[in-house]
Design a protein around this ligand. Structure first.
Ligand code: ATP
Ligand code: MG
Length: 364
């Protein structure tokens, strides 16, 4: 899976970027404020229809322009697709795949799987559970597209159940019209997540060993709390029914489960430094890429923003070597010389672009 070509018009400070990308490592080099992150943001917008920096898409349109356009050519298994999105100041959005209006947004994510390592990546280790659930759910969506429908059905039932719970005074769990659907779909989600997390866990062992000798990192999908059959989940829901009624929410189920990250046996978020958290999160991402390739021959395109900060030189270089070994396409930003980010050995093989005040040109 790779992005061969990117065109971004009137996107942030970029009037026009028109670049052929390498299937390997691409580096966007430039000073602060040059427009490097804006290019990553344009790639992200193409795949996901939104930015990773703002929920207000008007902020993405260049100040004096009326609309932005991002186009890309993606290739997978020798099939080439042309993706395009536009956003106008009047709030209109357009999305096209191979020249046709795209009705299903998930088709973009399917054709262009992305994984990001943004400056907040340490949050994968340090923050609350939702970021880890989302990480695992994207992976599952890429290996099994129906997973998205499963999670949508599950979430829809949760919303409907919340409305019912608020008016359910005096009723019993047996009268709950949503419990059976939630228990069935919830157990299916749990089975898939547990399996995926176990596979990541096996891979992370090898990845960490190659990157640093400091840690023993393990992932676990919250052992005993996770119901992997609908009877157990229904029983957990029955236990929580009174509380659910009082609070108007569903307390048991995969929307509440966490993926524990353990370092040398203890919960990582309680003991690691921010740099260490970044290191662990990036190792988990490598394991994730390797697992996706193993399961479905999909390799996500990796967007790395200011990845070098906070990480030791040795680790950074090993990380890029490992990415090259797995065969991921990488688009990374840096204010530094390429060799300082990826190392002397790899730098000559990277495709380097210079970004300067909103213009981008190929350097090597
Ligand atoms: N809608 C817009 N129109 C024009 N310029 C914008 C718009 N939104 C942001 N900018 C400007 O675009 C520039 C590019 O920002 P960007 O975050 O991409 O820089 P960067 O190269 O990643 O810098 P850094 O190294 O500091 O992270 C900034 O100077 C910002 O002020
Ligand atoms: Mg930036």
């Amino acid at each position: 899976m790779q992005l061969n070509h990117l065109e971004a018009r009137d996107f942030r400070n970029i009037t026009l970027a028109d670049i052929d990308l390498s299937p390997g490592i691409n580096l966007l080099v430039g000073k602060n404020g040059a427009g490097k992150t804006a290019i990553l943001e344009a790639v992200f917008l193409l795949a996901r229809g939104r930015s990773f920096r703002t929920t207000h898409s008007k902020q993405l349109i260049r100040h004096s322009a009326l609309e932005l356009i991002v186009r890309g050519e993606v290739e997978s298994a020798q099939l080439v697709h042309r993706l395009a999105r536009g956003k106008s100041r009047n709030g209109e959005s357009r999305a096209r795949i191979d020249g046709e209006a795209a009705l299903k947004q998930s088709r973009f994510a399917e054709l262009m799987p992305l994984q990001t390592l943004l400056p907040g990546i340490a949050d994968l280790v340090l923050d609350g559970p939702s970021i880890r659930r989302e990480f695992v759910d994207w992976g599952l969506f890429h290996v099994e597209h129906q997973y998205l429908d499963l999670t949508r059905r599950y979430r829809k039932s949760l919303i409907q159940r919340s409305a019912w719970l608020r008016s359910a005074q005096g009723l019993s769990f047996k009268q709950d019209p949503w419990a059976a659907d939630i228990a069935r779909n919830g157990a299916q989600i749990n089975i898939r997540r547990r399996h995926f997390v176990a596979s990541l866990n096996e891979r992370i062992y090898n990845v960490i060993e190659g990157l640093t000798a400091e840690f023993d990192v393990k992932l676990a999908y919250q052992g005993a709390n996770v119901a992997v059959d609908e009877t157990t989940l229904a029983a957990q829901m029955a236990d929580a029914f009174d509380r659910d009624c009082r609070q108007g929410i569903t307390n048991a189920g995969p929307h509440r489960n966490d993926i524990d990250i353990l370092v040398n046996g203890a919960k990582a978020k309680n003991i690691v430094s921010r740099g260490q958290a970044k290191l662990i999160a990036s190792a988990i991402t490598l394991a994730y890429c390797a697992e996706l390739r193993h399961r479905s021959d999909i390799l996500p395109i990796l967007l790395l923003d200011d990845f070098g900060a906070e990480l030791d030189k040795v680790y950074r270089e090993r990380f890029f070597q490992e990415l090259e070994r797995i065969g991921c396409q990488v688009i990374a930003t840096t204010t530094d010389e390429p060799k300082h980010l990826v190392g002397h050995a790899l730098a000559p093989r990277a495709r380097v672009f210079h970004v300067e005040q909103g213009t981008i040109s190929r350097y090597s």
